[in-house]
Design a protein around this ligand. Structure first.
Ligand code: ATP
Ligand code: MG
Length: 286
């Protein structure tokens, strides 16, 4: 997959009129997008609605002002559905939103995604991916992705990301049995310490998630793993959610999609309110 030559890269900030407003507004620039991650026919585009300075948080290798929101959970738990809905809702509030996914989010990372997720009949029989190879592929893709996310976050983007590091710990750590301490160190190295500000973990019984996936009919290599594997992954997510209770919000994914979308906005409200306050403080200072 290649980036559209005539498009605007989603990781570029919106075109900004740098005037005496401290570069805070682009005066309502038009939406611009560049599909970088659409191998499933999905546009992971960035709406360049408005550049908004945000509360700074120290969750990357350097101080940043954006907001990094990740979606986690087993197959078919509704991550992509909710990520699209949230990105739409936040754009409607006038925020600069980058919607992206893992593995993927850059052209190189999307190619790695294909190797990672495509079963390939011959490969499955004769050359299955080892757990270590899975880790190496995922982290190679993540490193490319993070290199693009960090500048956008520094400039105030809201990044909505379908899967991130918690999936690596849940799938390769709890699911495949890769020892967690070493895996955590590798993840920190590949991400340069970038950690989400907020994570939504969509929890539902494995059988229900897999039923939803089968109904959707576009199954991939991970969907076809045995239920026992997905049970370990779910247990892994539940363990991570207990361990990082302040960052990870567990969402009952059996609820109707519209109810879940409203809940996510409610949970984000305090974060967005604080961001608006911070923005007013910044405007007063300039
Ligand atoms: N709350 C819900 N209730 C019922 N069905 C849902 C709900 N949310 C999503 N679905 C449906 O379940 C299927 C899987 O949803 P979705 O693709 O969002 O899950 P996912 O977590 O992104 O899956 P994957 O991990 O395989 O990418 C889709 O057909 C979607 O329409
Ligand atoms: Mg999905």
């Amino acid at each position: 997959m290649t980036e559209k030559e005539d498009g605007i890269c989603p990781f570029r900030p919106p075109i900004t009129n740098v005037g005496n407003d401290g570069g805070e507004s682009d005066g309502g620039a038009a939406r611009q997008s560049c599909p970088v991650a659409n191998s499933n026919g999905v546009d992971y585009d960035a709406a360049a609605m408005r550049k908004t300075p945000r509360t700074s948080s120290k969750t990357g290798s350097s101080r940043r002002h954006g907001l990094f929101i990740t979606f986690e959970g087993i197959e078919g738990s509704g991550k992509s559905t909710q990520a699209h809905a949230l990105a739409r809702a936040l754009r409607a509030k006038g925020l600069w939103v980058i919607e992206t996914r893992e593995p993927g989010g850059t052209p190189v990372a999307e190619r790695i995604r294909e190797v990672f997720l495509t079963p390939g009949r011959a490969r499955r029989a004769t050359d299955p991916l080892t757990p270590e190879c899975e880790v190496a592929l995922i982290l190679a893709a993540r490193s490319q992705h993070v290199a693009r996310l960090l500048p956008a976050l520094r400039q105030g983007a809201v990044v909505v990301c379908d899967r991130f590091s918690d999936s690596t710990l849940a799938y390769q750590g709890f699911g495949r049995g890769v020892p967690l301490p070493g895996l955590r160190r590798l993840v920190r190295w590949a991400t340069r310490g970038l950690t989400p500000d907020v994570t939504f973990f969509f929890d539902l019984p494995v059988a229900q998630g897999l039923r939803r996936r089968l109904r959707a009919k576009d199954t991939d290599r991970m969907d076809r793993e045995p239920p026992a594997f997905h049970q370990r992954v779910r247990k892994g997510f539940l363990t991570l959610a207990r361990r990082h209770a302040r960052r990870i919000h567990t969402i009952n994914a059996e609820q109707p999609a519209r109810v879940i979308s409203r809940r996510l906005l409610t949970l984000l409200d305090p974060v967005l309110t604080e961001e608006r306050r911070a923005r007013r403080r910044i405007i007063k200072r300039v």
